[in-house]
Ligand binder design. Sequence first.
Ligand code: 8YV
Length: 316
Amino acid sequence: MTYPDRPPVVAYGRLNPYLMEGLERRFTVHSLPADADLTTLPPHVRAARALVSFGSTGASAAVMDALPALEIIGLFSVGYDKVDVDHARAKGIRVSNTPDVLTDDVADLAVGLLYATIRNIAANDRLVRSGAWERGEAPALSARVTGRRIGILGLGRIGRAIGKRLEPVAGQILYHNRREATDTPYTYVADAIDFARQSDVLIVATSGGPEAASLVDAAMLEALGPEGVIINISRGSVIDEDALVAALADKRIAGAGLDVFAAEPHVPPALLTMDNVVLQPHQGSATVHSRKAMADLVLANLDAHFAGKPLLTPVV
Ligand code: 8YV
């Protein structure tokens, strides 16, 4: 798709290069750093009709108010917890995201983190590379994955994809949601503490946002227990990170596989030296396949908007 008038579009934060190429073929693109001073935007930026952002940057009310001609926010992410959706709706600004195209890769990483954490794969890799094994240090015994009780916190698209992957090995799959789902064979546990208590592995797959902030708190971690493992591919904000670090340090839970953190790219220093923790730099959707599909979907939503058509994947 090309546009003779090349509408002005803001690229908010550092965007994927393939996505930037698609934007620059269509639009007059103005790059805006995520920490830009919104009170001093030049007229050609304030004239932007679209803003393209992503999960960790989002779009605040202040950003929307600084762009009076804004019609649409295209998110290069499925998560929109950093977008003030109510403000967008009130201003008549459309919002699109990128669900489904990244589901498999995020679910794959969740399962990979589960195995890596429970079977000590990262710690044992370090043991071999350091020469400790050659010097006679025996690896610690790990635990079994097969037959364990898998608890999925948030049975949405990604949670269901994780469940599908683990059905052949899980002893039981249970889930905790705001409401029970009617189309799943998994066991619904309405109470969060009971859910954690009944889980051997608790996989956080819920959306982020204020309503999920610190949903996994000290009490849930205590209920998960000393043989319990937690995996997070959702948002760091969903777990009380201080409580998590304390539970791991005191061995009140057995381990954690974490792809997301409360203040990325900052990771609590205490986690960096724990052998029972596997750390990833927010890699859930970070495959060439997902990122190309996400970029294509952002562009398709923008093309639909500027053609006066319904969005393919609307949030607002
Ligand atoms: C990031 C994600 O947005 O889709 C989401 O919600 O968290 C990720 O896909 C992606 O890494 C782009 O920054």
